[in-house]
Ligand binder design. Sequence first.
Ligand SMILES: Nc1ncnc2c1ncn2[C@@H]1O[C@H](COP(=O)(O)OP(=O)(O)OP(=O)(O)O)[C@@H](O)[C@H]1O
Ligand SMILES: [Mg+2]
Length: 380
Amino acid sequence: MSGKRLPYARVGIVGAGQLGLMLCDAARRLGIATCVLDADPASPAFARADDTIIGDRFDPKALRKLAAASDVITFEIEHADTETLADLQESGTAVRPSATVLDTVRDKWCQRAALERAGVPGPNAILWSGEGDDRSPLDAPLDPPFVQKLRFGGYDGRGVKIIRSTEEKPLRGASLVEELVNIRCEVAVLVARTPSGEERSYPPVRMEFDPAANICTRCLLPAGLEDDVAKRCRSVAIEAVRALGAVGICAVELFVTGDGRVLVNELAPRPHNSGHLTIEASATGQFEQHLRAILDLPLGSVEGVRPSVMVNVLGGEPAGSPLVRGYEEVLALPEAHLHLYDKRPSKPGRKMGHLTVCAGRIEEAIEIADRAEALFRVSG
Ligand SMILES: Nc1ncnc2c1ncn2[C@@H]1O[C@H](COP(=O)(O)OP(=O)(O)OP(=O)(O)O)[C@@H](O)[C@H]1O
Ligand SMILES: [Mg+2]
């Protein structure tokens, strides 16, 4: 049996936010070295990576520098210069997921079309290519109510608008017009897939949102679905990831509808907020699993997950240098796992950390998470 000197591999990460930070932590534990690339030198992952590059994700030179420092390039954010990434792939750099996957995913129309071609169920959608600034819902290819989504650049609900009447003003820019789905609940399924074709899906996680800010506030595992619906979520999610050919962790956001359908809303080809609870609740956390998958290593177990609730810690008013309240009280709670991302400054609505509570039963986890949420605050 031949040995391998450590570090086992060098992973280059595009983006150095909290997802990058948690990837670096998982890598360190596995004897894998990391190099992160981000334009903002105050990015949280800079303090946890072995190597850092200050540079823009759209700067070819910066990406080439990252490639030179890495055996594999991966992403905590899917928006980057895919032309350079495709060139790098051509010349032998492993880019996982590939530039093609990133191109498909970040254009919501291409993503939807690719899923539809593969027969993956999703909301009915039509392209609304008109560029005029004074568009009216009357020009749209569907009658209101419908959901308008910008083709490019949306995140955390920005770039998505529900148009309920012809009086409402649509968003500017090329868009998709989608049927307004009667959503019973929104869930996410994480799928891990290796270049060799090994695949595993995690049990569905229920996502809850702040309706005003359109930001995910909580995730619950199990999602409270009937066994057959949960099973369908997992198989639809795998089909979606296969259709795109993504490798690594890919989060598939799903709608479970009032009439029992499972529809794919969208994919994120990277670790995802809905998977943070897997760090403590699963035998293999999503960050470790992502590293295993992109390095074509054996995937870790996703079975035997524990009931858990993840609460996003969002910055409150006012903005400023982070001030934490309820720290000791939260740490006194049973099985409350605190993760702070060391972001400065704290700003209202900014993701400053998260808290995962595991328990024997989901009701118990919810009860402790409620207490934690009432106690804990980060603001300026
Ligand atoms: N067809 C639809 N019918 C009903 N509601 C929808 C539809 N599409 C999206 N929504 C609602 O809008 C939210 C945001 O949509 P979507 O996930 O596509 O946008 P996003 O900005 O990329 O989100 P994020 O980056 O936060 O995941 C969804 O979580 C869902 O609540
Ligand atoms: Mg979404």
